[in-house]
Write a protein that binds this ligand. Structure first.
Ligand SMILES: Nc1ncnc2c1ncn2[C@@H]1O[C@H](COP(=O)(O)OP(=O)(O)O)[C@@H](O)[C@H]1O
Ligand SMILES: Cc1cn([C@H]2C[C@H](O)[C@@H](COP(=O)(O)OP(=O)(O)O)O2)c(=O)[nH]c1=O
Length: 207
């Protein structure tokens, strides 16, 4: 039985992660693979319950440390009850966001140290990393245009933070990709969905 592979799509809000995840899943299924698609925060009932709490605009929200703990707890349930079992069955797992979003948002955006975020990941998920992380990059103007078309100005608690916050997030993602070239593939998210999909297909061909 062919071993499963674990792929994460990462990047800022609105770059096209969900769109590309669907296209990649279809391509892998056409290739005969069993593919599980999922997202973070979420993917299991417990993780989705945490998602609702952490992204809701109501109430006073969470400080960066509490936020990092909540995302790590959601991930622990997601890894334990969905990701690891699927990989052990030899299936492919594609997730829309994973650990590097915590590193970029709670680390780069909110200032927690990368060591602290990685320590939470060791505790929560035994440090499980994807076989490949695809980082979608897009200039902020085009990203904003796509978000406006999709969300008509609505934003969740984190998406609604200011441009400087999201610029720190984007810079953090790039730092991670430069530091771990074996795991990350940088993909230009501009152009038609099909053209981005073609770039992603060539990025995962080695897997
Ligand atoms: N290549 C593309 N060109 C133009 N619009 C796109 C492209 N890919 C996705 N979109 C649109 O942009 C918005 C954000 O895409 P989405 O896949 O939801 O991004 P993310 O999951 O990264 O937030 C959606 O309305 C989607 O239909
Ligand atoms: C997984 C994860 C997501 N997030 C944030 C990123 C997003 O603002 C939000 C997830 O919402 P999401 O649905 O991914 O937003 P979008 O589709 O616009 O990218 O949670 C973190 O801050 N830390 C994390 O560990």
């Amino acid at each position: 039985m062919s071993a499963g592979r674990f792929i994460a799509l990462e990047g800022g809000e609105g770059v096209g992660k969900s769109t590309q995840l669907r296209l990649l899943a279809q391509a892998l299924q056409a290739d005969g693979h069993v593919v599980v698609t999922t997202r973070e925060p979420g993917g299991t009932p417990g993780a989705e319950a945490i998602r609702a709490m952490v992204l809701a605009n109501e109430g006073e929200g969470w400080g960066p440390r509490a936020e990092a703990l909540l995302f790590a707890a959601a991930r622990a349930d997601h890894v334990d009850r969905l990701i690891r079992p699927a990989l052990e069955r030899g299936e492919w797992v594609l997730t829309d966001r994973y650990l590097d979003s915590s590193r970029a948002y709670q680390g780069g955006g909110s200032g927690l140290s990368d060591d602290d975020i990685l320590a939470l990941h060791r505790i929560g998920s035994e440090g499980l990393l994807p076989d490949r992380t695809i980082l979608l990059t897009l200039d902020p103007e085009e990203t904003a245009r796509r978000l406006t078309l999709r969300d008509e100005g609505r934003a969740d608690r984190i998406g609604g933070r200011d441009a400087a916050y999201h610029a720190r997030v984007a810079a953090a993602f790039r730092r991670f990709a430069e530091a771990e070239p074996h795991r990350f593939t940088l993909v230009d998210a501009s152009g038609t969905p099909e053209s981005v999909h073609a770039r992603i297909l060539s990025a995962v061909s080695g897997l």
